[in-house]
Structures are given as C-alpha cells and as structure tokens.
Write a protein of this length. Structure first.
Length: 74
C-alpha cells in the first residue's frame, strides 16, 4: 500500500508529510497477512481541525467499501 505524501484537515487545507516520518510492517502466517502503517503528522497537526485525512494512492486489492479509522497521539 502506498499513502499520499500530504494530508488534508477538516477545513480542506492540505499539509505536506515531510521527511521519513512513516513506516510500515508486514506479518504473514498460513491463514492471514497483516499489515501495519504508522504516519507522523508532526506536532503542529494537533492544532489542525480534526479529522485529518490521508489518501491511499495504491493498494493491491480492491477496496469495496468506505473505511474510517481513529488516529491516536502518543
């Protein structure tokens, strides 16, 4: 899966994701494949109108329905 290099806040403003702030991992077993992705939007993103949206630019399986997920800050 490839994510966009920018994200959009709730007011429609586009913000770049800069540097090497993301990583991914992939775990496989006989029954399933699990992928995990983490993206750091930066400290300034805490002040942006929520929710933040990042586009999936490329995915190897069709996505048949709309999905939403909640992002947590550490």
């Amino acid at each position: 899966m490839a994510l966009a290099d920018s994200f959009t806040d709730a007011k429609g403003a586009v913000h770049p994701i800069s540097g090497d702030n993301d990583y991914s991992s992939r775990t496989t077993s006989d029954e399933s494949i699990m992928e995990g992705y983490a993206v750091s939007f930066g400290e300034k993103a805490l002040d942006y109108p929520q929710p933040l949206t990042i586009a999936i630019e490329r995915y190897w399986n069709p996505i048949l329905e709309s999905q939403t997920l909640e992002l947590h800050s550490k």
